[in-house]
Write a protein that binds this ligand. Structure first.
Ligand SMILES: [Fe+2]
Ligand SMILES: [Fe+2]
Length: 135
């Protein structure tokens, strides 16, 4: 069972960003599967690192568009991104320290965060960027 199933409600109407969100959801589902299968911490850490690296890339893509088109909500949105990166680094450190609660915590946290961020924060900039012709 995937942790998050893509559905049209998650689409923000910008193809390039929807595609990246799908990759993020796939990576999170992969992490969920790996945990369910009882994979070793090393394997989980590798998947987690792949997810966080892609997240950083994705945030940079969105922020690049904000800068290019002068999105008014840039500061607040960048702040949310920075906060997630901070928390991801924290979780990663806890994983290194062998905290066994961290796996469930990671999944719950990322699932809630990703869904909320897409549905609320990313949907907030979508109409503006669509108006600028971003696809
Ligand atoms: Fe975002
Ligand atoms: Fe996003």
């Amino acid at each position: 069972m995937p942790l998050i199933q893509w559905n049209d409600r998650l689409s923000i109407g910008i193809d390039s960003i929807d595609k990246q969100h799908k990759v993020l959801i796939n990576l999170l589902n992969k992490l969920n599967d790996a945990i369910a299968e009882g994979n070793a911490n090393l394997v989980l850490a590798q998947i987690f690192d792949g997810l966080s690296a892609y997240t950083i890339k994705h945030f940079a893509y969105e922020e690049g568009l904000f800068k290019k088109y002068g999105y008014r909500g840039t500061e607040a949105h960048k702040h949310e991104h920075a906060e997630l990166i901070r928390q991801v680094k924290n979780l990663r450190q806890k994983m290194d320290e062998g905290d066994s609660m961290v796996n469930v915590e990671v999944l719950d946290f990322l699932k809630e965060w990703l869904t909320y961020h897409i549905l609320v924060s990313d949907k907030d900039f979508a109409p503006f960027l669509i108006e600028q012709g971003v696809t």
